[in-house]
Write a protein of this length. Structure first.
Length: 416
């Protein structure tokens, strides 16, 4: 890449959102040059398997890649990897790279993702305290997974619980520490939290809730972690620690360039920032949700893909609003949890199926409407739940809970 060279669309960030945007631009008919600049050394890959199949050694890097290099070559999509963008000059429409080179653009897409939220506690710089966000993080962690070793996971969210499930099956002694009174407290009903706490304990994971970490103490190696220190006075032995306490969006570039930032880079429903030549997508973007009537920054692969497709249409002069329903998933042990919608603000839950049989759906309702659902072991119910939520259908609680009839029969007997 020559200094001062110009591209029609420059994408900063080389994650899944970036790759999807580049491909979608070609599908929308964009014929100009597309360049993706990323700090990591590999092509766009899937992040969800990092805490599951890749951590467990069930798939390799090739299994993570979303597309092979030949697919990007056929689409004439160029990459500049192992490269950091230092600044954006919106006036001259160029970015400056860490090596001093500049790239001029006609349109710019920010797909900068996020980084793991870090602890700032006494001893948090000790060796053996890990964060799990990218491929390099997992490559550092995997050699630690040896039977009998003591792992402490800080954070009882989805990533923390997925890591715990992989670790205990690998023969490690696992303790999960959660500050809230239950795991998954911010995203699920108490009934589902209790189900997952029981599931992990049955598999040998020690779960401590309502516990606050105050710091870390070294072990036999003075620079390596040996204990996790809790406010209660408990000292938990640890050969290593994995911290999973959330993600912070990478907004520094956008903020320094004068773009509006508020828990992410602020865009409209098509992906445009206040600069008509710049879009933002993925974990770093804060978009209006047409469905929920408020702004959201979603850490969701399906949402990132849909944002990328809408942004591609927008960049090609065919603005398209993102009106998709958020959905997510989590694999723990042999169970797949599928989630549709956002449960925040729910007033009651309706349960369909059986927790004991590990086949159920938990519906979250606000007034008469279903706003979200968590489903385990029922893919057909999950698909039906997505439609019930998206179409804003009203269904009586009793009919929703009635497991003698498939959910699909409710569409004929519901109202908008």
């Amino acid at each position: 890449m020559r200094d001062g060279e110009q591209v029609e669309v420059l994408i900063v960030g080389a994650g899944q959102a970036a790759g999807e945007l580049a491909v979608a631009l070609r599908q929308e008919g964009h014929a100009g040059r597309i360049l993706i600049v990323g700090e990591e050394s590999c092509l766009p890959y899937q992040r969800p398997p990092l805490s599951k199949a890749y951590l467990a050694g069930m798939i390799d890097l090739q299994g993570l890649l979303i597309r092979p290099q030949t697919a990007y070559e056929r689409a004439a999509i160029d990459f500049l990897l192992d490269t950091r963008v230092e600044s954006i000059d919106r006036t001259t429409k160029q970015v400056r790279l860490a090596d001093g080179r500049c790239i001029r653009y006609e349109r710019l897409a920010l797909a900068t993702g996020g980084h793991a939220r870090r602890l700032s506690l006494p001893g948090s710089d000790l060796r053996g305290i890990h964060y799990l966000r990218n491929l390099a993080d997992v490559d550092d962690i995997r050699p630690q997974f040896r039977p009998g070793r003591k792992l402490v996971v800080i954070g009882g969210g989805y990533v923390g619980l997925e890591v715990a499930a992989v670790a205990v099956r690998a023969g490690l002694q696992v303790t999960v520490l959660e500050t809230a009174s239950r795991v998954l407290a911010r995203v699920t009903a108490p009934q589902l939290s209790a189900f997952y706490e029981s599931l992990h304990r049955e598999n040998g994971v020690r779960i401590l809730t309502g516990i606050e970490v105050q710091g870390f103490a070294p072990g036999e190696c003075p620079v390596g972690v040996g204990e996790v220190l809790c406010k209660s006075g408990e000292r938990i032995q640890a050969d290593f620690v994995i911290v999973g306490i959330g993600l912070v969006p990478n907004v520094e570039l956008a903020q320094a360039a004068g773009l509006l930032v508020d828990n992410g880079i602020v865009t409209d429903e098509t992906g445009l920032t206040q600069d008509p030549n710049i879009v933002a997508i993925g974990d770093c973007a804060n978009q209006p949700s047409l469905f929920y009537g408020r702004r959201l920054r979603l850490e969701s692969v399906p949402s990132a893909v849909e944002q990328a497709r809408c942004a591609a249409a927008t960049l090609c002069g065919k603005p398209r609003r993102n009106d998709s329903l958020p959905w997510f998933w989590s694999d723990q042990y042999d169970l797949k949890l599928q989630m549709a919608g956002l449960s925040q603000g729910y007033e009651r839950v309706v349960i369909r199926g059986s927790f004991e049989l590990r086949s159920f759906a938990v519906f979250y309702l606000q007034g008469a409407r279903i706003i979200a659902a968590d489903v385990v072991g029922r893919p057909a119910d999950f698909m039906a739940a997505k439609r019930l939520i998206a179409e804003r259908l009203v269904v009586e609680d009793e009919r929703l809970a009635d497991d003698s009839q498939p959910l699909k029969v409710l569409f004929a007997n519901s109202v908008n």
